[in-house]
Write a protein that binds this ligand. Sequence first.
Ligand code: ADE
Length: 418
Amino acid sequence: LLGEHKDSSLKEKGTKRILWADDAMPVLGSIRQQWEVTRPLEGVCIAACLHVTTETANLMRTLKAGGAKIALCASNPLSTQDDVASALNEVFEIPTYAIRGEDNEAYYRHINQVLDFEPMITMDDGADLVNFVHTQRKELLPRIVGGTEETTTGVVRLTAMASKHVLQYPIIAVNDALTKHMFDNRYGTGQSTLDGILRATNHLICGTTFVVVGYGWCGRGVARRAAGLGANVIVTEVDPLKALEAVMDGYRVMPLADAAPLGDIFVTVTGNINVIDAQHFGQMKDKVLLANSGHFDVEINIKALRELAVNVEELREHVLQYTLPSGRRVRLLAEGRLVNLSAAEGHPAQVMDMSFANQALSVEYLITNSERLDNGVYPVPEPIDHNVAKLKLASLNIDIDTLTPQQVAYLADWRHGT
Ligand code: ADE
């Protein structure tokens, strides 16, 4: 049974790109090799809603090698790589429902179609799949034993569901593993966001004033890479601790209202709604660039921007220019959707290797342990997190030290003092 993709002639290109990414995913590859023998997911049906990229394709291949029956759909209408979707369907025989640029109707139809496989496990990036099961496909709930969640926004939504006692099965918050967010969110989003801005504009970053809105793990990564390219970075925050950290990391920190007239480029990474809003657009410089790397396209108030504009024009792929009554032009990248996945290829395989190793091992954990879990949001077990770090270091041929017996004893002995 095949899914739905745009163009079958892209399948060779997709296959080559999937194998190229696989080459940079040694941890996931080692799990796949082991699972081909041990088959821990034999007969387990998994519905996955993830960005359809080369890295995701390798996660799907790993789950399949473990014996799982899988169906995949997109977790964002603009992040799908059409060549990957066609290779997954036609070469790797993994049903995939995803077309880049699909409208909301097709997006939810595809979610519905992967749920028609009647999964035991859901795998989400942003919690749209879990949400859909709990609202539109409740009849599937009895057979679902658990799910995993890839991203901060999804974990926030699922935690809200759990606290309202709405969540009907346990979820492993893959995002919260240290080997996920400290690497994927920071170094992945850092590099891929700059990659998206560069591919969309081909602009010079050095010498610009670059405003990073939000200083979570993603914001930290974006700020560091923008500074590395020579930008003057301003950080805006609502959390005093994160704001203080940004100050000590060497950035200017101020309210967005003060940063609005100073910035040449703005990137939102907050997970929240309308952080760049109607009152900011009019304050901005002519030809300012606005981009978002948060999960949803809600961080920049695009509706307000559209209402303010006297003219809207596409200047080049991924760049829409809104001319304000003052004559100043605001340039929105990638329709305010994830710029790193819409205008570039998302995070590099080397970081997705760790994120997706956590995904794979969390599914295996759920299969054996779901009966002991309540309907809540759970961390990735520490031994899995630790093992992913160990495997990644080993793949990089990096050895580390071990404590001597004397050092172990010292740490356990509270009587030592000055
Ligand atoms: N999220 C960010 N980058 C990604 C990638 N390359 N593949 C899947 N999900 C992602």
